[in-house]
Write a protein that binds this ligand. Structure first.
Ligand code: GLU
Length: 476
């Protein structure tokens, strides 16, 4: 974000933006004010400063872990490494995690962490020192553990950081048999689950694909049903944006523009995502990609002609100053909080369909939930049933072949015989979650005549949280 637009966004409290969305939803429900306040507020905010020796100097690092809700335990949410990390941001992101988990029936309370460093300029060795020290601070205050609070990757972090967290936790918790479940997003070789890395991007794809199947919605924005041929712009080529772009491309959508920090590239006939990534790896930038036009001001890419716009980087990138210039008919919030409430109103009046973050980017935490379950059960998905299914399928095919007196071609046979592998189970669980989530929100929007999908998603989420409070007997 440029300095000018950063200051526009800075004028907001991010937390109050989410409160506004929450309050809009609360108007559709008759819930006691005190209970709504309890759901909205952050249960625990841990702000820490710790010293780390960097070179010959001692540097004091500012970091956070916020647990927004304890209505289900453990708390769950990523850890962000960015120089822009601040308390308001971490609190908001933690709150979004609570609402997100409730929508997709993932039984966790929301949390988020953040360390105020720029991972682009800090060396790997120092990032490791900082990550390990942060983890031991969390252990000291009982802010991490398989049943307490389970971090995961977020902006600026990935598998590498998660394995350092796990290793630090394990070395300070000898004999903890469930230690693997203290963090998710780990490499598969260290207890991670297959399919976690691409989960958020794939979830975004499943969610938008489902919306594009709906005749009524497509008619309302003047588009044909289906993803094939739809023009898509993706802002942010990190883990989420990169995978989302790949899945849209594979499904036949046309990726007309990709935007990164340094600028954007545009080709109205479509960009080949894997070639762009090769170019990025080779040159260190997406700019100057063959057969594409450079756009120096990356924010301008959001305003280009397209059907679907996917902001997949940071919050507040669509605000009241650029909302009117957005030409997309559908906005899929792959990032957390990319559209400010003012922009939301402007876009709503223009008839733009916004698929909200608290639903659309829930694929990451959904597969984190699968990883956590795998870690607690100490068994890989598919281990028990793979061979059994293959044997059953073989017998079934034999019966079919004998009774039809016909041989099934070998390639088809192989496909049908195959028992489920971990990746198959994870992806089908994710697909099912995203499709169900979409229809629950859509049905609620229709039945309660709610103005848009975001408010409907909040209504669904609040209802689920209230349900669990009632089950706990806390607020009868
Ligand atoms: N950081 C991701 C999110 O914002 C994933 C969180 C998790 O897996 O716990 O949803």
């Amino acid at each position: 974000m440029s300095k000018k637009n950063q200051s526009k966004a800075d004028a907001y409290s991010f937390f109050s933006c989410i409160e506004k969305n929450f309050d809009k939803a609360a108007r559709h429900l008759s819930i006691k004010k005190g209970l709504l306040e309890q759901i909205k507020s952050c249960n625990a905010v841990y702000r820490m400063h710790f010293p780390v020796k960097i070179g010959k100097e001692i540097q004091v690092i500012e970091a956070y872990r916020v647990q927004h809700s304890h209505h289900k335990l453990p708390c769950k949410g990523g850890i962000r490494y960015s120089i822009k990390v601040n308390q308001d941001e971490v609190m908001t992101l933690a709150a979004l995690m609570t609402y997100k988990c409730a929508i997709v029936d993932v039984p966790f309370g929301g949390a988020k962490g953040g360390i105020k460093i720029d991972p682009q300029i800090v060396s790997a060795e120092n990032i490791e020192k900082i990550t390990r020290r942060y983890t031991s601070e969390l252990i000291k205050k009982n802010f991490i553990g398989p049943g307490i609070d389970v971090p995961a990757p977020d902006y600026g972090t990935g598998e590498r950081e998660m394995s350092w967290i796990f290793d630090t936790f394990l070395s300070l918790s000898p004999g903890e048999v469930d230690a693997l479940a203290c963090v998710t997003g780990k490499p598969v070789s260290q207890g991670g689950v297959r399919g976690r890395k691409e989960a958020t991007g794939l979830g975004v794809f499943y969610g938008i694909r489902e919306l594009c199947k709906m005749k009524e919605e497509m008619l309302s924005v003047g588009l044909d049903v289906g993803l094939n041929g739809k023009k898509v712009i993706i802002q942010g080529l990190g883990n989420v944006g990169y995978h989302a772009a790949t899945f849209f491309h594979e499904a036949g959508a046309i990726i007309v523009a990709l935007a990164e920090r340094e600028g954007a590239i545009y080709n109205k006939k479509g960009l080949n995502v894997s070639n762009v990534i090769l170019h990025l790896k080779k040159t260190g930038s997406i700019l100057n990609f063959p057969e594409s036009k450079n756009i120096e001001d990356t924010e301008k890419a959001l305003e280009l002609e397209c059907d679907i716009l996917i902001p997949a980087a940071l919050e507040n990138v669509i605000h009241k100053h650029n909302a009117n210039r957005i030409k997309a008919k559908i906005i899929g919030e792959a990032a957390n909080g990319p559209v400010t409430p003012e922009a939301d109103d402007i876009l709503g009046k223009k008839g733009v369909l916004i698929v909200p973050d608290i639903y659309l980017n829930a694929g990451g935490v959904t597969v984190s939930y699968f990883e956590w379950l795998k870690n607690l059960s100490h068994v890989r998905y598919g281990r028990m049933e793979k061979r059994f299914s293959e044997n059953m399928n073989t017998e079934l095919l034999q019966v079919i072949e004998t009774s039809c007196r016909k041989k099934i071609p070998i390639e088809e046979k192989k496909m049908i015989l195959r028992g489920p592998r971990e990746i198959d189970l994870v992806r089908s669980g994710l697909e099912d979650t995203m499709i169900n989530g979409f229809h629950k929100i859509r049905d609620l929007k229709k039945s309660l005549k709610i103005e848009n999908l975001r408010t409907a998603a909040f209504v669904l989420s609040i209802n689920k949280i209230i349900d669990s409070y009632e089950k706990l007997g806390i607020f009868p």
